[in-house]
Write a protein that binds this ligand. Structure first.
Ligand SMILES: [Zn+2]
Ligand SMILES: [Zn+2]
Length: 123
């Protein structure tokens, strides 16, 4: 399975040993974005069932499904301050979905790439 080397540290956190080469002077995307385990932990601690579905206890927003509240938690809370920089046209997107939509509309040849690689900490 490629030459992607994964190794777990003592806490069970997967470390990415083979990071893609970042642009000079900027941090690589991987390591900026939190893992899905972090998102699950956040949802377990800060989201609750409501009459209509789920509610985020941090900001009070309601959601119909667990999937939609997980996306909200990931983009708005866990990865708050992360933006995605399109490598093709240097456009910044605020969420993972936004960069995916941007790429599928504007750069269809890049469809399917791992957009976590485009993540940057907001300055
Ligand atoms: Zn929220
Ligand atoms: Zn673009």
């Amino acid at each position: 399975m490629g030459n992607m080397a994964l190794q777990k540290d003592r806490n069970g956190t997967i470390l990415f040993l083979l990071l893609p080469a970042g642009e000079p002077g900027s941090r690589s995307g991987l390591g900026v974005v939190s893992s899905s385990a972090d998102v699950s932990k956040f949802v377990a601690e800060h989201c609750a069932r409501s009459d209509t579905g789920y509610v985020c206890l941090v900001c009070g927003t309601g959601f119909a499904s667990r999937v939609s509240i997980s996306v909200h938690a990931r983009d708005m809370h866990v990865n708050a301050g992360v933006v995605y920089l399109c490598p093709a046209c240097k456009k910044y997107c605020n969420t993972k979905n936004a960069i995916k939509i941007h790429i599928s509309r504007n750069h269809p040849h890049m469809k399917g790439v791992d957009v976590n690689r485009f993540a940057r900490k907001k300055q």
